[in-house]
Write a protein that binds this ligand. Sequence first.
Ligand SMILES: [Zn+2]
Length: 180
Amino acid sequence: MMLWLTDEQAQIIARHAQADSPNEACGVIGGVGSRVYEIIPTRNVAANPQHHYRIDEQDMTNALFKLQKAELSIIGFYHSHPAGDFRPSLTDIEQAYYPDTAYMIVGMGDGTPRMAAWRIKNHEITPVEIHVGFQPPNASMEMTPLSKAQKTAIFVSAALAFIFMLVLSLSLLPPAPAIP
Ligand SMILES: [Zn+2]
C-alpha cells in the first residue's frame, strides 16, 4: 500500500493543519489505487477538537458524492496532531473504521508539519509509504541511464533504508492496546 500525492496536495493538507491549529484538522483523500486525485478538507465536529477529530457527517456525505461523480473512491483520511507527532494515538487505532484505507497523520509538535501514513487493521498498524511529486514512484531511476549494477545497488540501499525506517517507526510505537 502506498499514497502518491503531488506537492500541491501535500501542501493543501499541511496548510489545513496549520490553519486549524490548535484544533485537529481532518479531511478525506480521494483517488484510484494509490494515486491521490482529491484532497477534501472537512469540519472537525469532535467535542474536544484539540485532542480528537470527528469528520462532520454532512461533509462526509458531500465528499462521497463528489468522489462518486468523479469516479474516485476514498483511499484515505488525514488528520493532524497539533501538539504531537505523526504516530496514531490509541483513539486513532480504536476508531479506524476503514481498514483498507490509509490514515495520514500530520504531526506538528516540533513546529514543522511532518506526515506519515498508516494502515490500521484490527488494532494492527502498518506504515504506508508516501510518495510526493508529479513523477510516478521510481521514475527518477528510469530517467537516468544507469548500469545494472548501479541500479541494483540503489535498489538495495533504498530497500535497506526503508526497512530501517520501518523498524525504527515500529520500535517507536506505543504498546498495542489490549483488545477488549
Ligand atoms: Zn490522531
